[in-house]
Design a protein around this ligand. Structure first.
Ligand code: CUA
Length: 411
C-alpha cells in the first residue's frame, strides 16, 4: 500500500492511508492520469464548494441566528451555549486525534512494535462519566426551553389557525373572522398562538357536479357530521417555519399542533414549508408581516370588508362572470354577487381571494402579485407550478385580460 513506484518521492504511509480512506490520492504518489479519479476528486471538490457556498448567500433572509422576537430568542439562547460546548468537545477530541496520529506515526526504519495496552479502568470510567455529565448539563436548559416554548402564552394573545395545503398556507383568524393566504399578518409585541393542522383539497373538489359545503377552513379533528373524510384524507404532512420568529412545527394530518410566534419590530419575515409534501413543496413559502398594533387594527378592518362589485359593463365585470362560472368551485370571494345581485358562495379549497391585491405575493408566496404574473399564472398554471391543482381553463387572451382586470379590483 506504500505510495508510488520505486524512485518516486513517497508519501508517509499514514498520510497515504488517510487520503485513500477519504477517497483522495496522495499528490506525490503518482502522476498517472486516472480520469475516473480526477472526476471523483473534481466532484468532491465541487460538493465541498457548494456546501461552503450555500452558507454565503448575500441576502439570506431566513436565519435562525438573527432572532427577531422573544420565542426565536429563547431557541437562540439555548443554541449558543450548546454550540460552544459541542465546539469545545470537537476541537479537544479532534485535536488529540490529530496530535496522536502525527506524534506516533510510523517512521522509516523503525521496526519496534510499541507496547500493547489492553484496558485502563480509570480512563474508561473517566470517559464514561465525563460525557454523561456534559449531556446531563446540556439537557437541563434544553428540557426547560422545550417546556417553556410549548406552554400556551397567557394574557393578550392573538389566535390564528394555520392550515397547510398542497402547496400554500391558509390563515384563519377566528376572532376577527378573516380568512387569508400566503401572508400572515400579526401585530408587534404580542404573542401569536398558532394552531396548525393539515387540510386536504376540500370536500367539493371530489365532486365537481356537487360542490357540497365549503371546505373546512379551521383546524378540526374530522369532517363535518355525516360527511366522508375526503378533505382530511387528502391532507399531507407539512412543517411551518419562519426562522426569525420561532422554531419549526410539523403540520400533521389528523393532529393539531401549536406554535407561538412574536415579532418585536414591524417588518417582513420570510419562511417556508420545511417538510417534503409533494411535487411543489419548494413552492410553499410564507411571509409574516408584522405591523405596529395600530396598523394591525387597520389591516384587520380592511380585511373584514367585502370585495367591491365590479362596475357593470366593464372588463372587470366580464372577468367576474368568468370567475363565478369557473373559479368558485375552489375560490371564495366575500361579497361576490352574480349579475342579479344574488350572493355567490365560493368553496374554500383554494385561497380565499377577497383581498388578493392587498397581499404582496400569491402562488404559495413565490410570485409577486402583479398583472403580468396573474396573467401568466391563469394562462398556464402547470408551467409555473409542477403538479398544480389549479386547472388550466384555456382562457382566450381577451378572457385573460378580463380575469386580470377583475382580480385587480380585489384590493
Ligand atoms: Cu408543504 Cu412542504
Amino acid at each position: 500500500m506504500a505510495g508510488g513506484r520505486p524512485g518516486k518521492k513517497r508519501c508517509p504511509r499514514a498520510a497515504s492511508a488517510v487520503l485513500q480512506c477519504a477517497g483522495l490520492r496522495c499528490p506525490l504518489m503518482s502522476v498517472r492520469r486516472d480520469t475516473g479519479n480526477v472526476r471523483s476528486r473534481t466532484l468532491l471538490g465541487l460538493s465541498a464548494l457548494a456546501v461552503i457556498g450555500a452558507a454565503c448567500a448575500p441576502n439570506a433572509s431566513q436565519s435562525a441566528l438573527e432572532p427577531a422576537g422573544p420565542y426565536a430568542q429563547k431557541s437562540f439562547d439555548l443554541f449558543v451555549p450548546v454550540f460552544w460546548v459541542a465546539a469545545a468537545i470537537f476541537f479537544l477530541v479532534e485535536g488529540f486525534l490529530v496530535f496522536f496520529a502525527i506524534r506516533y506515526r510510523h517512521r522509516k526504519g523503525r521496526t519496534r512494535i510499541p507496547a500493547q495496552v489492553h484496558g485502563n479502568t480509570r480512563l474508561e470510567v473517566a470517559w464514561t462519566i465525563l460525557p454523561t455529565l456534559i449531556l446531563a448539563g446540556v439537557a437541563v436548559p434544553t428540557v426547560a426551553t422545550i417546556w417553556d416554548l410549548a406552554a400556551e402564552p397567557e394574557g393578550d394573545v392573538l389566535q390564528v389557525s394555520v392550515l397547510g395545503h398542497q402547496w400554500w398556507w391558509e390563515f384563519d383568524y377566528p376572532e376577527q373572522k378573516i380568512l387569508t393566504a400566503n401572508e400572515l399578518h400579526i401585530p408587534t409585541g404580542r404573542p401569536v398562538y398558532l394552531t396548525l393542522c393539515a387540510a386536504g383539497f376540500g370536500y367539493g373538489a371530489e365532486l365537481p357536479s356537487d360542490p357540497g359545503p365549503p371546505s373546512p377552513n379551521e383546524c378540526q379533528p374530522g369532517p363535518p357530521d355525516g360527511l366522508p373524510p375526503a378533505g382530511i384524507g387528502a391532507a399531507v404532512i407539512h412543517s411551518f417555519w419562519v426562522p426569525e420568529l420561532a422554531g419549526t412545527q410539523d403540520v400533521v394530518p389528523g393532529v393539531t399542533n401549536h406554535l407561538t410566534i412574536q415579532a418585536d419590530e414591524p417588518g417582513v419575515y420570510e419562511g417556508q414549508c420545511k417538510e417534503f409534501c409533494g411535487l411543489a413543496h419548494a413552492y410553499m413559502k410564507v411571509k409574516v408581516v408584522a405591523h405596529s398594533p395600530e396598523d394591525f387594527d387597520q389591516w384587520v378592518a380592511e380585511q373584514q370588508t367585502d370585495a367591491v362589485a365590479a362596475e357593470p359593463g366593464s372588463n372587470a365585470a366580464a372577468g367576474a362572470e368568468i370567475f363565478i362560472s369557473q373559479c368558485t368551485a375552489c375560490h371564495a370571494i366575500q361579497g361576490l354577487a352574480d349579475a342579479n345581485g344574488d350572493p355567490v358562495v365560493g368553496n374554500n379549497g383554494a385561497p380565499n381571494l377577497t383581498h388578493l391585491m392587498s397581499r404582496t405575493c400569491f402562488r404559495g408566496c413565490t410570485l409577486e402579485t402583479n398583472d403580468a404574473n396573474l396573467r401568466a399564472w391563469l394562462a398556464d398554471p402547470a408551467k409555473i407550478e409542477l403538479g398544480s391543482f389549479m386547472p388550466d381553463y384555456d382562457l382566450s387572451p381577451e378572457e385573460l385580460d378580463q380575469m386580470v382586470a377583475y382580480l385587480s379590483t380585489l384590493e
